[in-house]
Design a protein around this ligand. Sequence first.
Ligand SMILES: Nc1ncnc2c1ncn2[C@@H]1O[C@H](COP(=O)(O)OP(=O)(O)OP(=O)(O)O)[C@@H](O)[C@H]1O
Length: 315
Amino acid sequence: MRNDVTKAHGGTLRVAVRMRLDGPAGPFDLDVDLSIAAGSLVAIVGPSGAGKTTLLRVVAGLARPQHAQIHLGSTPWCDTESRVELPTRRRSIGFVFQDFALFPNMTVRGNVDYALGARGGAGDADRLLDLVGLSGLAGMPPTRLSGGQKQRLALIRALARRPAVLMLDEPLSALDPAMRRKLQDDLRELHARFGATTLLVSHDAAEILRLADRVIRLDHGKVAFDGAPAAAFGAAEPEDGLTMIGEYLGGRDAHGTCMVRIDGRARRLRLSGDGVTSLQPGDTVMLYADRAAIRPAAIRSDGTPPDAKRASLRG
Ligand SMILES: Nc1ncnc2c1ncn2[C@@H]1O[C@H](COP(=O)(O)OP(=O)(O)OP(=O)(O)O)[C@@H](O)[C@H]1O
């Protein structure tokens, strides 16, 4: 590892998989063919039992599909036709599960050192711990950490080897909302810094709107939606105008102009409406506008995040 934290490398992740799964209502196929751009953060959503975790396990080499072609750039990780199967340890991946899977008998620093392995240089673990504010706890066992601290440790441990692909299976679901919000910020920062192509399984619409640049919805093993986050969660096209979903970023001035992130881009907008004065940075906000004010290309729909606040755009 170099002294500075540099971006991970890798190419497009191609995942074509067909695997027979045994669901509670009978067998069905996980059947997807995806091309995931290097450095993107893709949310995998869908109902329980749709195959989300299995898809991650297949990419990691922890589950064996009948048919698969998985490549990172030009490197084959799995090709069932030519009988290539790279073992998990040789795939450039980091994995964070909901239960963190930290080593309780090692210190916080020991957990990171273990992940760095022989490649780690003097001070590498401390630099990583510093990134997420855990330096002061380096000598503690992980059992002494709070849920959020454990989660941060799990994240930097997964990133320690600078994997090309980071897989996060509902990593924040056990945390309370305030801690979740903070960890989302950390995750966004680590993603920008390390640049790992990230697959995030999540059920939280607000979280996905804050973090992801693409949403893939699986249903019964098939891709039911593949597109932009705002389109995945929300924007309807009612008779009298258009709606879309964004994240309130703050900076409201006396005229009601403020910053809102829509599909990954921060924009300056003038908002009005009952909920506007109580908006906090990070809140999900549902925006209504005249057709004249917003390009229709930004709009699509099929649902609304349950915690979205409402506001309307003024001209
Ligand atoms: N190796 C396997 N062989 C056959 N069936 C499997 C295998 N692994 C998982 N399954 C089945 O595939 C289905 C999908 O499981 P999976 O854990 O991928 O769903 P999920 O979308 O992650 O659900 P949740 O949101 O509840 O975690 C389940 O019914 C599971 O029992």
